[in-house]
Design a protein around this ligand. Structure first.
Ligand SMILES: [Zn+2]
Length: 926
């Protein structure tokens, strides 16, 4: 057998795997899994690696279980990001050049061509395929496509025809995230930062200041009665501007934003923030109040001026307190207006003092603000003099009153900031007119989606709530863009379908992707797809034979069994695809299940390409070997948990594979006659097979590896310790080597293929039969005997460590028969508290009195400590402990190098013998 060299194993396997994973409909049961396809605009890092390696392990597992497995891959190239990237490269933007040249290692001559967006995605799509292959992903590459292929666009057009006919595509005016540089709405994929930001509707409260209004944005207009002052930032330059013909004072940033929100804006002059301080404003609902200075006021948040309600807003309360502690504005007192259970008269003060917050910068301020906001909204009531309504009622009423009588208008703003476009520009809220939307707000559509979600298997189950939440809050989705790559929007060809909207049912397209290429895209009318996917016949269908073949593929593979993706896609893609499926496909073709991944960390910090905190997958594979990378990414955490890449841990994974390899190498030719200890090893192996199989059926890759790697390794260590000198095992070892290698094959396929060949197999292990546990080989009796022996050896070792003397002999003192009876009674009993009374009814026990009750207590404690797989059989029959130790006497004497005696507690002179219990003999070392 050759040396352990992962690079050699990889080379061998790649040659043998060429086209091996191309998968066609067959008589077997199918298993179809898909992963969210990548947007190839940069190099793959180890975080991406797990997203594709976990499904590959699952694909390999089911393939060995005898299913016909389909694992396809394609590349998502739609959208504006690459357009931005190519523009930045064209203008030699140093940050972008650094990222692509130095981090992603794009050769200079290729980089020069990146001024053309399609070149970028084509380059990285090829790179992705190369790196994915190097990781051993068992993908059917015939089905690969990119989302701007003309045939794919025809498929998308067909999909949209159905969405439109179902009434899900509408036109209207909506506030959307918008980039003024790209002149485009911005989706989650187009953002560098702020993908969790939501557009919120604020009411502008218009305070009169001389000839102008000073508007402040609020979510809580009802608190107008408690406003004590406004806050302005003395270091900010504001502007006087005509907004729809009226003079306003607002930040420069606000003036720019209002233009995007249907206002006519004409900036007149600048005004320094400092000049506003200590001036007054008035509002009919709160009277005349001063403007106070505050550095925390952000000119980029809404209008850049803020109204202050210190009784109910923790920020305002602290800011005012800070000023007053300097002796300023001491005449201002918080004005309470809402009564809420659990708080005193001034809730903001209560909350701040309870939390012990000292200053404005305390990180808990946001959650405190949220706490008061929620408490007052859900159970607060206005004071009687302000109308006495519940807050949730008053809020609407006051907002309406302000709009009707007091010049208030609406302004849209993000709930969290910053929101940054991939192009580097700050994203703003724009009201788009004549914009096309997918009407996710439609309650009927939501209901259909929810109904199907109920039928889907979700892993881990906790994500179900997040899907339900997403279906609930999803609003209408701007589904077209003016810039980027993609399919033309059928009802307005100047626009393109945006990236998240053209990739919701492509899992169905995979089933035909390699065949549809043979047909001229011009022939691909909606009727063609109606036939392939819905079985609707129509006259004059072209290329009928080819269509029939495609229909057959679709019917065989669809629906997909599991879709895999990172959890950040729940709030968009993963939920969108359910919406689209329920509209387009028949009930028996709807998605069956999803597995949602945790995130990747690098040395404890979140991986992020834009921040440079990544380890490239290709570098990892060449440094540690593909099998090491695979085993680490699937074994260090369950798929839905976050994992943390640390080179030193990856290195120890490599050593583990090397140990496995070396062990198989040593044992495969063992030819001894099987002994009890061989029967023990094989019995344990059955259990590992069962547990590992169950774990993989549940996508628990970490649990599975624990069984197959550490579990078997630990058994083998004990097995070898139990062998006589010079013996390297029995001929059962060849069975174990074969089973062990197959169990690990989905995780470390390269090493496994190599060993498989060395073990004399001609076929690929990738298609070998998955080991099946044989009940007849399970021998509880032998397992218990070994467990007793192993535990006793452990006890002896720990006593040896404690005592100071050089030991001359060891005596193992065995518990008497009557203690075995007590043990069994307790182990069998369902109520371990009342069992003592039952034991003491026995005449023999009564005679023993205290001795018996003590033994019962000790047995109870011992039973609690022993694992169930030991207690359950011991409840039925005792182990013949004398026989076990007599058989192992020679081994023990060899192990410890001194004589070992076996004694009975009742006949031996050792007082320590009184502590002997079943399965835990007393040990005397002299
Ligand atoms: Zn932009």
């Amino acid at each position: 057998m050759s040396e352990f060299d992962l690079a050699t194993f990889e080379k061998e396997a790649h040659e043998r795997w060429a086209r091996a994973f191309e998968s066609n409909p067959s008589d077997r049961e199918k298993f179809y899994l898909t992963v969210a396809f990548p947007y190839p605009s940069g190099a793959m890092h180890v975080g991406h690696g797990r997203t594709y390696i976990v499904p590959d392990v699952i694909a390999r597992f089911w393939r060995m279980r005898g299913k016909q497995v389909l694992f396809p891959m394609a590349f998502h190239v739609t959208g504006a990001p690459v357009v931005g990237i190519s523009k930045r490269i064209a203008r030699n933007d140093p940050k972008t050049i650094h990222l692509y040249r130095d981090l992603y290692k794009v050769p200079q001559n290729v980089l020069a061509e990146f001024t053309e967006p399609l070149t970028i995605v084509k380059h990285f799509a090829a790179e992705y395929q190369r790196v994915m292959t190097s990781c051993g992903l068992s993908i059917d590459w015939r089905r690969r496509f990119i989302t701007v292929d003309p045939t794919y666009s025809k498929f998308v057009e067909w999909q949209w025809k159905h969405l439109y006919e179902a009434g899900h595509v509408i036109k209207g005016a909506h506030p959307v995230r918008y980039c003024t540089v790209d002149e485009n709405p911005v989706g989650d994929h187009d953002l560098l930062e702020g993908d969790k930001a939501d557009v919120i509707k604020f009411t502008l409260v218009m305070f009169q200041h001389g000839d102008a209004f000073i508007p402040t944005a609020t979510l809580r207009p009802e608190t107008i009665h408690g406003v004590t002052n406004l806050w302005a930032n003395p270091n900010v330059t504001y502007v006087r501007a005509l907004i729809d013909g009226k003079l306003w004072i607002i930040s420069k940033e606000a003036a720019e934003k209002l233009v995007l929100q249907d206002h006519i804006v004409e900036v007149k002059e600048e005004i320094e923030g400092i000049d506003l301080i200590d001036k007054t404003v008035t509002h009919p609902l709160c009277g005349t109040i001063p403007i106070l200075p505050a550095d925390f006021v952000d000119p980029d948040m809404a209008t850049g001026l803020v109204m202050s309600v210190p009784a109910h807003a923790p920020f305002d309360y602290i800011a005012l307190r800070d000023l007053q502690q300097q002796g300023k504005y001491t005449q201002i007192k918080p004005i309470p207006l809402i009564k809420v259970e659990g708080y005193g008269n001034v809730p903001a003060q209560d909350a701040v003092e309870r939390a012990g917050i000292r200053h404005q910068m305390d990180s808990r301020m946001d959650s405190l603000t949220q706490e008061i906001y929620s408490a007052e909204f859900s159970k607060g009531k206005l004071f009687d003099k302000y109308g006495g309504q519940p807050v949730r009622v008053a809020r609407e009423e006051v907002a309406q009153e302000m709009c009707e009588k007091y010049h208030s208008v609406v302004m849209f703003e993000f709930d969290t900031r910053p929101v940054i476009c991939r192009c580097g520009n700050k994203v703003k809220v724009k009201i788009l007119h004549d914009q096309w939307f997918l009407k996710y707000s439609d309650p009927t559509w939501k209901e259909q989606t929810r109904n199907h979600l109920n039928d889907m298997a979700l892993v881990p189950p906790e994500v179900r709530a997040e899907f339900e939440r997403t279906i609930g809050w999803l609003k209408d989705w701007a589904c077209t863009r003016r810039v980027g790559l993609g399919t033309r929007f059928p009802w307005d060809p100047a626009q393109l379908i945006e990236p998240l909207s053209d990739s919701t049912i492509y899992m169905a397209y995979y089933t035909i992707a390699h065949r549809i290429r043979e047909i001229d895209p011009k022939l691909l009318t909606p009727e063609v797809f109606d036939y392939i996917f819905l079985g609707r016949k129509s006259p004059n269908l072209p290329e009928k034979k080819k269509l029939d073949a495609m229909r057959e593929e679709f019917l065989y593979w669809y629906p997909y069994d599991f879709r895999f993706s990172a959890k950040d896609l729940i709030s968009n893609h993963l939920t969108f695809q359910i919406f689209h499926h329920v509209t387009i496909f028949e009930k028996d073709k709807l998605p069956k299940g999803m597995v949602v991944f945790g995130m990747g960390l690098l040395n404890g910090a979140k991986m992020s390409s834009s921040k440079g905190n990544v380890f490239l997958l290709e570098d990892a594979v060449s440094e540690f070997g593909a099998d090491t990378v695979r085993m680490f990414l699937t074994g260090s955490a369950e798929p839905w948990q976050d994992f943390d890449w640390r080179n030193e841990l990856v290195l120890s994974t490599k050593k583990q594979i090397e140990r496995f390899y070396a062990t198989v190498l040593e044992m495969r030719d063992a030819a001894g006659e099987p002994q009890d200890i061989d029967r023990w090893l094989i019995s344990r192996l059955q259990e590992h097979i069962l547990k590992m199989t169950a774990a993989l059926e549940n996508f628990q890759t970490r649990q599975a590896l624990q069984e197959a790697s550490f579990g078997i390794e630990t058994d083998l260590k004990w097995y070898r310790r139990r062998l006589p000198d010079g013996c390297c095992g029995s001929r059962e070892m060849s069975t174990l080597c074969s089973v062990w290698t197959r169990l690990l094959a989905p995780f470390i396929p390269f090493t496994a293929e190599h060993i498989w060949q060395e073990l004399g197999n001609k076929d690929l292990i990738s298609f070998a039969e998955w080991p099946v546990a044989d009940e007849n080989l399970v021998n509880t009796h032998i397992e218990l005997a070994e467990e007793l022996l192993a535990r006793t050896v452990e006890d002896i070792e720990s006593i040896q460590k404690l005592i100071q003397i050089t030991p001359k002999s060891i005596t193992i003192v065995l518990a008497p028969e009557w203690k075995h009876n007590i043990f069994k009674t307790i182990a069998r009993s369902s109520d371990r508290n009342s069992v003592l009374k039952e034991i003491m009814k026995n005449e023999d026990m009564k005679k023993r009195g205290r001795e018996a009750t003590d033994a019962a207590k000790q047995c109870t404690t011992l039973i609690h400590r022993l694992p169930p797989h030991v207690v359950t059989p011991l409840a039925k029959e005792s182990v013949n402990e004398r026989a076990v130790f007599e058989a192992a006497q020679a081994v023990l004497e060899h192990e410890f190098g001194i004589p070992v005696h076996i004694a009975n507690a009742e006949t031996s002179a050792y007082t320590k013998g009184a502590t002997a219990l079943p399965f835990k003999p007393a040990i005397v070392i002299e």
